[in-house]
Design a protein around this ligand. Sequence first.
Ligand code: CA
Length: 512
Amino acid sequence: MNIKNRITRSLLVIGALGIVTVSFVLTRCAPEQRQRPNIIFIMTDDHAYQAISAYGSNRNRTPNIDRLATEGIRFDRCYVTNSICAPSRAVILTGKHSHMNGVHDNHSRAFDGFQDTFPKRLQKGGYQTALVGKWHLKSTPSGFDYHEVLPGQGAYYNPDFLRNGEMIRYYGYNTDVTTDIALRWLKEDRKKYQPFMLMLHYKGPHRQFTPNVTHAHRYKNDHIAEPGNLHDNYENRASPARDQEQSILNHMGVEDVKISIPEPQRMKFHQRSVLKHAYEPKKAAEESAKLAGEELVSWRYQRFIKDYIRSVDSIDENIGLILDYLHEAGLEKNTVVVYTSDQGLFLGEHGWFDKRFMYEESIRTPLVVRWPEVIEPGQVNDEHLTSNLDFAQTFLDIAGLEATGDMQGRSLLPLLRGDSPDSWRESVYYHYYEHGFHGVPRHEGVSTGEHKLINYYTLGEWELFDLKTDPNEMTSVYDDPSYAEVQERLTAELAKLRTQYQVPPNDKRADK
Ligand code: CA
């Protein structure tokens, strides 16, 4: 169908809506707009780069995410600005740090949907916009032609979704259901004459890492590799590492290791039966009761990491279905597919199972982008410091649209093209605000990728890490005189970034 016929058909369908609508359709059907790329922005919840084989995982395989990396570009130094779910999403939508977008933590405030966001800008700029899956920002999504989201964290089994505000219960496993909704929208509901931006945001593999019944028996007799610092003793660092409440030994719940099956009230009888058969909760409780110390940590680690990678398996398989659809529909070449997570996660590193700290496994997030018309396949960018702060401007740049003047990131489009900009950021700023969950105090800091300075300002404690000699962050060199110059330089850099990003004075009594 040529462009004239497309317009004619559109006019026939909606002609009765009047002159304003007609001009709207004509604008959206302009030839230059039809050629703009589609965007599928896939984001998972808590998917650590350590559990992606493209990033060298020694624990699992992720062939479809790997395929995106092989056919596109993998970023090795992508960092989040605040390592927790809702704040990360607010940063991504607005391109602004938490203190600017108002979502400091998961609990205190709903996202102000009147703010400018990249989906709103894409929508105004002629893109059809959709959001499917996890939202987690409390307020009603704005800037989307279609949204079907999980209320709150959502359920792994037989989940409820809010479709443009109407509650619908589905039967099945969350990751499968989320994909089915997205595929239905892609195949049947979207308007084929408009470029689209789909945010496909999975709940998995968030706690309690619950797998599909079809995957519950996988890896049962396998031994999954442990991280080298699973039994960290927390010496040589500031007190928060020792005093946190996210250790596998002391704070992991019975649902995390399936001594108790999560969400039993939501499951159908056969779903519960399959999981009980797979986990043998009573036997597991007896087995673990005989263990203590490092043996107990290792036992719990095996229980939870297997569920984690089972959950990741479902994610990866479902991404494969999305990629298959793009291929079959002839959309592969001019569709940008982005894969990322809302932040990293400790998979046993430091003996932990959550995030929040400004340590690498928590703040570094996977970022893989495929766009066959623009990105040379098989690229790895291990040079540039990138951030979830950059995503909004990147999407707008890809669509040929202007960012708002107060966005604080930078478009990654030159890096996607393989260009090397004359100047790039030399450090990233981090600020974690939520206190009370998992016992991690407020802190801020700066990382250059080589050195990292952390200020636990409510405690008056600092850490400095040399990431080249100590990539696992086991020894703070803050008090080491040989690092005095580095400490001085990073202290100045932190002050510079606070000014650049307009960070208000820290509330030093916030955690008291
Ligand atoms: Ca998360």
